[in-house]
Design a binder for this molecule. Structure first.
Ligand SMILES: [Zn+2]
Length: 147
C-alpha cells in the first residue's frame, strides 16, 4: 500500500468504493466520476504506479479481467460499444498513479462523443446509483464466468 494513494485505500476498504469484484489480486470498481453510466476500473490490489511496474503475466491477468468486465457490461447494460483504455504517466493522461484499466461503455443515444476518449464532462452519479450499477455488472460477471 502506498501512502496517500486513493486506489490503495479503496482496495483496503479504508475509502468508500462501489466494488464490483475482488478476487484478492485484482479489484473492479466503479469510477467515481464516470464518463458514461457503467464506467468501470480494473486495478491490481497491490500498488503499482503503472503497467510498466507489472510483469507481463500480471498485465495479462489485468486485461483478461477487463475483457470479462467488458463482456458483462455488454450483456447487462447493452452499450453500442466499449472502450478499454489504459494510461501510463501524466503525459499519457494518467491522473491516479495506481495502475488501472478503464472499461467505458458507449451509448449512441447519449451526448457522448467517443472520439474524445474521456470526454469533457464527467457525470455526477450518487453513491447509491454507483452501487446499483456495480451490482448489475457483478451479476452479469457471475453469469459470464464460464465463457
Ligand atoms: Zn495504490
Amino acid at each position: 500500500m502506498q501512502e496517500g494513494c486513493v486506489f490503495c485505500k479503496i482496495s483496503s476498504g479504508e475509502e468508500w468504493g462501489a466494488i464490483v469484484w475482488d478476487d484478492g489480486e485484482r479489484l473492479v470498481f466503479m469510477d467515481r466520476f464516470p464518463v458514461t453510466v457503467g464506467h468501470t476500473l480494473v486495478a491490481p490490489k497491490s500498488h503499482r504506479d503503472d503497467v510498466l511496474e507489472m510483469t507481463e503475466e500480471e498485465v495479462g491477468r489485468l486485461f483478461s479481467l477487463a475483457a470479462r468486465v467488458a463482456r458483462a457490461i455488454k450483456r447487462s447494460l447493452n452499450p453500442a460499444g466499449i472502450n478499454l483504455l489504459q494510461n501510463n504517466g501524466a503525459a499519457a493522461g494518467q491522473v491516479i498513479f495506481h495502475a488501472h484499466v478503464h472499461v467505458i461503455p458507449r451509448y449512441q443515444s447519449q451526448t457522448d462523443n467517443p472520439t474524445r476518449a474521456f470526454g469533457k464532462n464527467r457525470l455526477r452519479v450518487s453513491e447509491r446509483e454507483l452501487l446499483e450499477t456495480a451490482s448489475v455488472i457483478r451479476d452479469a460477471m457471475r453469469e459470464a464466468r464460464t465463457l
